[in-house]
Design a protein around this ligand. Structure first.
Ligand SMILES: [Zn+2]
Length: 196
């Protein structure tokens, strides 16, 4: 195989769930059938990598210093909702029941995968939650084992600093990932959230 082709295959293998066979198939496909798509992919990647970074306040993806949600004057600044991913944030937004601000972990604690407190930006969350305006932190991590463990860890960390913490109510099924739960269920879980 040519050096360049080998390099491309190696690069494609960086994608989650892509093994050597799939990476090779993708590389052949792009070069043989979709050169225009390959060019688009390479430009889009380059642009996103240089332009997109994390919001200084909530940690979500943005091209600004502070994202649109955090800059929105209409949001209630005393409520801070902690979610695992931007997709989860979007799901909560769609319920139209929550008007506070967010913190996006960009992951969850997962000791088996070597993901610890540093990897989910808990120091940034702590600084954010202790800004003097936030009076309640709502934990909306997934109802999976890892999501529950993450919620527990964050709850202990924030309560030790005197912050009020609540957790989405059950109603979201056990093992449930917010991204795949209907908006009505999440809305109810948000309204029925309980202190931890
Ligand atoms: Zn933000």
């Amino acid at each position: 195989m040519s050096k360049s082709l080998e390099f491309l295959t190696e690069a494609l293998r960086r994608l989650p769930g892509i093994g050597p066979k799939s990476a090779q198939r993708m590389a052949f496909h792009l070069l043989q059938h979709d050169r225009e798509g390959a060019d688009m992919l390479s430009r889009a990647l380059q642009q996103a990598v240089s332009a997109v970074h994390h919001c200084a306040l909530c940690n979500t993806f943005t091209e600004e210093e502070v994202c649109d949600t955090c800059s929105d004057e209409q949001r209630e600044r005393h409520l801070l909702c902690v979610v695992e991913t931007p997709a989860d944030q979007l799901m909560i937004e769609q319920t139209l029941t929550y008007k506070g601000l967010y913190f996006v972990l960009m992951g969850r604690l997962s000791p088996l995968d070597g993901i610890g407190p540093k990897d989910i930006h808990l120091e940034k969350l702590l600084a954010r939650a202790a800004d003097g305006l936030v009076t309640e932190v709502v934990l909306a991590t997934n109802f999976t084992n890892e999501g529950e463990a993450t919620a527990h860890y964050i709850s202990e960390m924030l309560k030790a600093r005197g912050l009020r913490v609540s957790r989405l109510a059950r109603g979201v099924p056990v093992g449930g990932e917010l991204e795949y739960v209907d908006a009505g269920t999440i809305a109810r879980a948000m309204l029925d959230r309980r202190a931890t």
